[in-house]
Design a protein around this ligand. Structure first.
Ligand code: ATP
Length: 321
């Protein structure tokens, strides 16, 4: 997915000249998606809960999250080199699930199917029970927000960087999204508060602060599906843990998919799917997978624990699978 976002990042550098043409990331994404020549569907997904009801609705358990069903999904970028070989999984509305697996196992490819950046070669993807090809791309995009590893930052104020998430949001909505992303400490420590300019690509902010802005921008859209693609993997472990706490709190009531290399960040998910050889080889909670003798998950967990221990003590350079 990062490959898709790289051109966006590049465009971000030229933000000042593009500012009048494209006001948000969604608009830029739309242009890229239009280019993909996917055939548009004509069905609308259920719309998000009206803005001022969404928090209350989520708190009452009236989950606005989407359901996702993948059945026998296959995908190849090139003939004779299948990447996904029959992925089946279900995500219920409001669940937080993770997809983990070795580098190159197809995690980002699977996300591309779920976001319909590409069409599956075989099998079915359904959103809220509707075949994804029948869903209007605009409706799918409206329901979805993505938090990538490196978020596009404009050389503008913190406030405006968050506000790009939804052009129709009121000032109070933007401030509320900032509070939910726990940006208050940062904002109150700055002389200009949320009017502080973040610098080219957010250079004046730490990685954790940039990701909090990314979270605020994403939730301002009130997505029914929140996708975090290695959203914390460029952060040190203590910042990563803090950001994961924030993500867990904003995930409540939405459907969330976490793609991550580091298993410690996804252990609280309702279910973890381990991708291997183009299929979901294992699925379960962290405890269930860890308790399964000889599981791939357990093997990955043990390797990562050793690696993290070595990182702490500064010994060795164990390679992750
Ligand atoms: P990582 O954890 O390293 O990001 P991943 O599990 O997300 O990896 P993918 O990015 O889905 O894996 O890639 C799966 C395989 O598909 C890899 O072998 C990769 O080289 C190949 N691949 C990914 N994108 C393309 C593309 N656009 N064209 C051709 N092959 C691709």
């Amino acid at each position: 997915l990062l490959q898709l976002l790289e051109p966006l990042q590049f465009l971000g550098w030229y933000y000042s000249s593009l500012k009048n043409c494209f006001v948000d990331l969604e608009a830029l994404t739309e242009i890229l998606m239009t280019k993909s020549e996917l055939e548009d569907g004509n069905m609308e997904l259920r719309r998000r809960t009206p803005r001022h009801e969404s928090n209350a609705a989520a708190a009452e358990g009236n989950a606005p999250g989407v359901s996702l069903d993948l059945d026998g999904v296959e995908y190849s970028y090139q003939e004779d080199r299948p990447i996904l070989r029959g992925v089946s999984l279900r995500v219920n509305p409001g669940e937080s699930v993770a997809v983990v697996g070795a580098s190159g196992s197809g995690k980002s490819t699977l996300l591309r199917m779920i976001l319909r950046l590409y069409d599956v070669s075989q099998g079915k993807v359904k959103v809220d029970g509707i075949p994804i090809r029948d869903v209007k791309l605009e409706s799918l995009r409206e329901a979805t927000a993505l938090i990538p590893q490196d978020t596009l930052m404009f050389n503008d104020t913190i406030y405006n960087n968050v506000a790009y998430g939804d052009q129709n949001a009121s000032r109070e909505d933007v401030l509320e999204a900032m509070r939910s992303a726990q940006l208050d400490d940062l904002v109150s420590s700055l002389p200009l508060g949320h009017d502080t300019v973040v610098g080219e690509r957010g250079i004046k902010l730490s990685g954790g602060e940039r990701q909090r802005i990314a979270i605020a921008r994403a939730i301002l859209r009130r997505p029914r599906l929140l996708v975090c693609d290695e959203a914390t993997s460029s952060l040190d472990s203590s910042t990563e843990a803090e950001i994961m706490n924030t993500l867990r709190s904003v995930a409540r009531g939405r459907t969330c998919i976490f793609i991550s290399h580091r298993l410690s960040t996804v252990q609280h998910c309702d279910r973890i799917h381990v991708l291997s050889e183009g299929r979901v080889a294992e699925a379960g909670t962290h405890q269930e997978l860890l308790a399964r003798p000889g599981s791939l998950y357990r093997e990955m967990w043990e390797i990562q624990e050793k690696w993290e221990e070595e990182e702490r003590t500064g010994e060795g350079t164990l390679e992750l699978a």
